[in-house]
Design a protein around this ligand. Sequence first.
Ligand code: GLV
Ligand code: MN
Ligand code: MN
Length: 399
Amino acid sequence: MTSPDRFAALWRSLAPIGRTPNGYHRLSWTDADLACREWFLDEAADRGLRVQTDGNGNLWGWLGDPADGDAVVTGSHLDSVPGGGGYDGPLGIVSAFLALDLLAKRGRTRRRPIGVVAFTEEEGSRFGVACLGSRLLTGALDPQRAAGLRDRDGVRLAEAMKSAGVDTSGLGPDPDRLARIGTFIELHIEQGRALAVPVGVASAIWPHGRWRMEFTGQGNHAGTTRMADRHDPMLTFAFAVLAANKEARLRDGHATVGRVSVEPNATNAIPSSVTAWLDARAADQSTVDALLAAIEGRITERATRDGTGFAIEAESASPVVEFHTALRDRLASLLGGAPVLPTGAGHDAGVLAAHVPTAMLFVRNPTGVSHAPEESATDVDCAAGVEALATVLEELACR
Ligand code: GLV
Ligand code: MN
Ligand code: MN
């Protein structure tokens, strides 16, 4: 089999899980996620890896004994956004298994343990906090707060994990496990149109965050309430979406409102409240801060005019990440002068980078689309990603 065919064969074994006509739905601890986890266990077992589920629900497969320390760990996540693409996350895990196969074929002596990890709830699509598994592992998220996070149906994270058979008494920082990792490498599909060759290396992740916005007003009859008498939170919300877009454009930042919920959500009633989530990102923290302040200021002023209430609260914040410069440059040169590029997307690698020398490899995305069903990469480019990852693992774990 050629390398692209080998990639395609393993890809096909995972591809049907959670696939719907409207994209992938692999939210953490749902049946689709559990099936992905089973797939991980099978692939790890086929390669003789010892598998552990840590107290935060992250899956680890080990070649060698992690207790030896200075391990080289690679991996990504299996969960998706609702209606997402198949590559964001799983590509890094499929590539990790195939890179181990290539290493075995090359017959090099391993000098360090190698781990393959699948982090839990990277997207934050079910419980709201992105990179949940890696944040818990590294102590960046309070386990009490995490346990109490609820999904849209009111199910707590701790309940969801327990019903999947995971003991939640170990939720929280895991410094011993973290200390064993010498280097972390995440391979990921590139999520825009920034990569013109099959493989690149990440330089940085933009700072970004999520904010919950509550708009409150007076629920009332759509037919009998005079326009001048209304306190309609939908109006303030609509203004907020436009203001966020405008303020982001003014600063070369990104602002998105992609999720909204309306009460009572009736065609013939003025809503009593609207809850919406703002995602804001920019190349540097001062721009994110200025963007937020401008959006908040404009909405507050508009809410006064509409006679509505407005409150905003941060749900998660991710500071800028500059990946380990020496490691990044070493990998770019090892890969024949691979391009080095930043990204506006968040990753577990960004969380790990505060603790462990970390690097990311990107695989070209011809559509430039991500978090949507059109997200794709060619088998040829994915095979090039596997080759690159194997070369990196060989350099880091076999010398
Ligand atoms: C995760 O993919 C994010 O950037 O939100
Ligand atoms: Mn994503
Ligand atoms: Mn991802």
